[in-house]
Design a binder for this molecule. Structure first.
Ligand SMILES: Cc1ncc(COP(=O)(O)O)c(C=O)c1O
Length: 446
């Protein structure tokens, strides 16, 4: 079949709302995908978005079986099991946003840095954003594309290495910009400034980069005072104000950002809209995101970057754990070999209740248990869950959505061993890519 007839067939399939059109679209070359998009009107584009979401949903639904089969097998626990097929599904959605909006998308390493799956990710994305030297180096060495680094402050001793491993360095103050930007620009890097966009809707204070007195991003007043004297050192502006949010929130953040900084955007090479865009979530409004980016680019002529972390690996990995013991103190408590404190710290910090496959909230099913970690921390508890059958020692439990902000944040508190990291490859083979032992614990002490 010629490329032309392939494209025509896909356009027909989109018109017929045939979900196979999504798969066929993803398999095309960049040039052919562009042709498909050019041939579609507004309704056709919206249909394609719906089909892409449906195809992704089908793939995620099918993966549940793979995860439970893996848990029923002889896999050693605790283990983070990452599904490469699901990561690729997320990547396809992110690339679709790039196709539609002509923006660039970086993966935020702070959310997920398991480089065993970078080959699948780097095919789709433009690079990574790093929070400092180690992430910048990992991005440079393992991802191999653009590296944009932002830290709230850089130390003198690291800055040389940061230059070596970054393409873009974003500063959090005019002071640090003055200290370092000239030299970086001489060495071919681009430099930018993070600003406070003046609006956010993150309800958990801990995660709100624009909370009162926030250190993250230059405040507008200081920006207005100092920007004219530093203009020549700034290729782009960066803001980050969101957390697990939809594009309606971005619209309001952007409105505030433009009101505060709009007159200074013309002439910049890029504006980075930060992370927190939950683009790969089922109910995310991709059409609005595309509209916002296209409008912004047209108005200011600047490239737009997004740097989501969660969205890259949303729902693409689980933590499988084994019930070690069951004790009773008013309620039945299952002590498992994974720790909320050490292996899924956001459960306690956010806090949130992770989902366990085959469970419901307490009391909904016949047998209710409190699930708790093996540490000495009284609050090392995931929550109360109910099951159809009584839990037994040796049963495996599958905590979902554990690829993000878990592996990168885990600790060896109490000397508890770190979970293995395993990747389920396309086709179903499970590769144990890393296991940890006593030396990993010992090497972090002195
Ligand atoms: C500057 C910056 N960029 C990107 C991200 C990634 O955000 P998320 O993983 O919520 O998409 C964060 C998260 O804290 C961030 O601080």
């Amino acid at each position: 079949m010629t490329v032309k007839s392939k494209i025509e067939e896909i356009i027909r399939a989109i018109g017929a709302m045939d979900v196979g059109a999504a798969e066929a679209y993803h398999a095309l070359s960049g040039r052919s995908r562009k042709k498909v998009l050019e041939a579609l009107d507004g309704e056709g584009l919206r249909s394609l978005t719906r089909l892409i979401k449906e195809a992704k949903r089908n793939s995620f639904n099918a993966a549940e079986k793979r995860f439970s089969a893996a848990a029923k097998g002889d896999i050693a626990t605790p283990v983070y099991l990452i599904d490469e097929t699901l990561i690729e599904e997320n990547m396809r959605v992110l690339r679709y946003v790039k196709d539609r909006a002509g923006c660039r998308i970086l993966h935020a390493l702070k959310a997920y840095a398991s480089f065993a799956t970078f080959p699948v990710m780097s095919k789709y994305l433009d690079g990574v954003c790093a929070s400092g030297l180690n992430e910048a180096r990992l991005g440079r060495e393992e991802f191999g594309k653009e590296v944009h680094t932002f830290a709230a402050a850089y130390s003198e001793k690291e800055i040389g290495q940061i230059v070596k491993h970054s393409d873009v360095v974003i500063f959090n103050s005019f002071h640090q910009l003055r200290e370092y930007a000239q030299e970086m620009r001489k060495r071919g890097l681009e430099t930018g400034l993070r600003v406070n966009p003046g609006h956010s809707e993150v309800t958990a204070r801990m995660y709100d980069p624009c909370a009162p007195n926030s250190r993250l991003g230059v405040a507008c007043k200081a920006f207005k005072r100092e920007y004219p004297g530093h203009k020549e050192m700034i290729d782009g502006l960066h803001f980050h104000a969101m957390c697990e949010q939809n594009s309606d929130v971005l619209e309001r953040v952007l409105k505030s950002f433009e009101e505060l900084y709009g007159q200074h955007i013309h002439g910049l090479r890029w504006v980075n809209f930060g992370g927190g865009h939950h683009i790969t979530r089922d109910n995310y409004d991709i059409e609005r995101l595309v509209r916002l980016i296209n409008k912004f680019k047209k108005r200011y002529g600047a490239q737009v970057y997004l740097e989501p972390g969660e969205a890259s690996v949303l729902n693409a990995g689980v933590l499988i754990s084994t019930v070690l013991d069951i004790v009773k103190n008013r309620t039945e408590i299952a002590v498992i070999d994974a720790s909320a404190e050490a292996h899924m710290p956001d459960v306690l910090l956010m806090p949130y209740r992770p989902h366990v496959m085959g469970s419901s909230p307490a009391g909904r099913r016949r047998y209710t248990y409190r699930l708790a970690g093996p540490s000495c921390l009284a609050g090392d508890v995931m929550g109360d869950y109910s099951f159809n059958d009584p839990l037994q020692r040796g049963d495996k439990l599958v905590f979902t959505d554990m690829a993000l902000y878990s592996i990168v944040k885990n600790t060896t508190f109490n000397g508890i061993g770190l979970p293995d990291i395993a990747v389920m490859r396309k086709g179903g083979r499970i590769d144990l890519v890393r296991s940890f032992g006593y030396s990993d614990y010992r090497n972090r002490q002195s």
